[in-house]
Design a protein around this ligand. Structure first.
Ligand SMILES: C[S@@+](CC[C@H](N)C(=O)[O-])C[C@H]1O[C@@H](n2cnc3c(N)ncnc32)[C@H](O)[C@@H]1O
Ligand code: SF4
Ligand code: SF4
Length: 367
């Protein structure tokens, strides 16, 4: 019989017919382990909420970024990617409430698409709304912000914090993360770690390393730093973004910055697109990231592209209708015609980067 202390406060036992849905956004592995030790079977006696709701909506709380990374359309001088604005806290709460009505098993939202969420002046309030409504917060950031801002943000205990980086030291990092300062990133990593200890936080912090031809050997230093700070590490192939892959497929010349990012790719864009073509019949790899709500409440067709919208205002349309619009989107048809729906996440390149890091640095890609 189930140990009730995991779920209930008193001595009562759960009836045999109970079926448990784990709704935690943190500590789920530990609870799963304990349940399994008690003789419960995942799928038969209990299930994770993630199984019931695989979608993870993205809410662009900050339509603003302070950098111009060379692989990102933010650096595209042909179509300057203007800084937009910030979603208000009031709108944010309404967006999340609507999502929860339409996707009741929602467990996590990403707070970024094409901006940097740490620039939002009221991020701590947004994180607190998520905690109050029982939804985890997924953040990815360049961490090039004023160090003083970090304390309030970390105190609000985001579920996941991905620290994006593309080198150890200024030499390579400041080329690819154009506009960033290594010293600031480095100092802020230490500050995040200090705050984690100070407030005994359980945020999953990850150094997310974009591996390219120039920085690969710096991965060792990144792993050492992550170990020192108590962070996880994930290393992924540095990719020139899908927007540029679309340009390339349509024979549209890339801007100089993106060309540099393309040249730095460990597997050429040509090769990735060729491999993607071989998987054209397979489903799009971006389907779980839905819907994608922009800072101005418009709804993006896809998190991989900034220019196409399926709705002008998220509040005027239901999720079912959004799914229909996306499924019939001309933009998606164009993307699929170039196989760019399989550009990200090709398994053979995940394995390639794992093997390469083991060979060159003697380290796994995920630690
Ligand atoms: C457009 S960014 C927005 C969030 C935030 N500004 C950041 O950079 O972390 C979305 C994701 O793209 C990833 N990314 C940026 N450049 C990349 C690259 N060259 N290769 C692979 N992923 C990259 C970032 O790590 C981030 O998780
Ligand atoms: S990758 Fe992130 S940090 Fe870099 S320019 Fe794009 S949005 Fe900004
Ligand atoms: S088909 Fe292309 S544009 Fe449409 S959701 Fe997938 S990756 Fe995005």
């Amino acid at each position: 019989m189930l140990t009730p202390d995991l779920f209930l406060n008193g001595d009562e036992e759960l009836p045999e017919s109970s079926f448990i849905i784990l709704t935690l956004s943190k500590g789920i592995s530990e609870v799963t382990r304990r349940l399994t030790n008690e003789g419960f079977t995942e799928g038969k006696n209990f299930i994770r909420r993630t199984e019931l709701s695989p979608v993870i909506p993205a809410i662009e709380i900050s339509g603003v970024c302070n950098l111009r990374c060379i692989a990102c359309p933010r650096s595209d001088t042909r179509h300057p990617f203007e800084n937009g604005g910030f979603m208000s806290v009031e709108d944010y709460e309404k967006v999340l409430s609507k999502l929860l009505q339409e996707l009741p098993m929602l467990h996590l939202v990403s707070l970024f698409i094409w901006g940097d969420p740490l620039l939002h002046p009221k991020l701590p309030e947004i994180l607190k709304i998520n905690s109050r409504l029982g939804v985890g917060s997924d953040i990815s950031t360049n961490l090039n912000i004023k160090t003083e801002k970090l304390e309030e943000i970390m105190k609000a205990n985001p579920t996941y914090l991905r620290l994006s980086c593309s080198g150890f030291g200024s030499k390579n990092y400041e080329v690819t993360h154009a506009g960033a300062k290594w010293d600031l990133f480095y100092k802020n990593c230490f500050e995040v770690s200090r705050l984690m200890k100070k407030y005994d936080l359980d945020t999953g912090v990850e150094l997310y390393f974009h591996v390219n031809k120039a920085n690969i050997l710096e991965y060792k230093d990144i792993v050492n730093m992550a170990r020192q700070l108590g962070f996880r590490t994930a290393a992924v192939l540095s990719m020139c973004f899908p927007q540029y892959a679309m340009n390339f497929a349509e024979n549209i010349p890339l801007p100089e910055s993106a060309q540099k990012a393309k040249d730095l790719m460990l597997v050429s864009m040509e090769e990735v697109l060729e491999a993607a073509k071989g998987e054209n019949e397979k489903p799009c790899t971006a389907t779980n990231g839905f819907p994608n709500i922009n800072w101005d409440l418009s709804v993006l067709t896809c998190c991989n592209f900034n220019q196409d919208r399926i709705a002008a205002n998220f509040f005027d349309i239901g999720t079912d209708e959004l799914i229909k619009l996306k499924n019939s989107s001309e933009f998606c048809k164009k993307c699929i015609s170039h196989s760019i729906h399989r550009y990200y996440g090709l398994r053979k390149y995940d394995n390639f980067v794992k093997d390469l890091l083991m060979e060159k640095c003697g380290l796994p890609a995920y630690i």
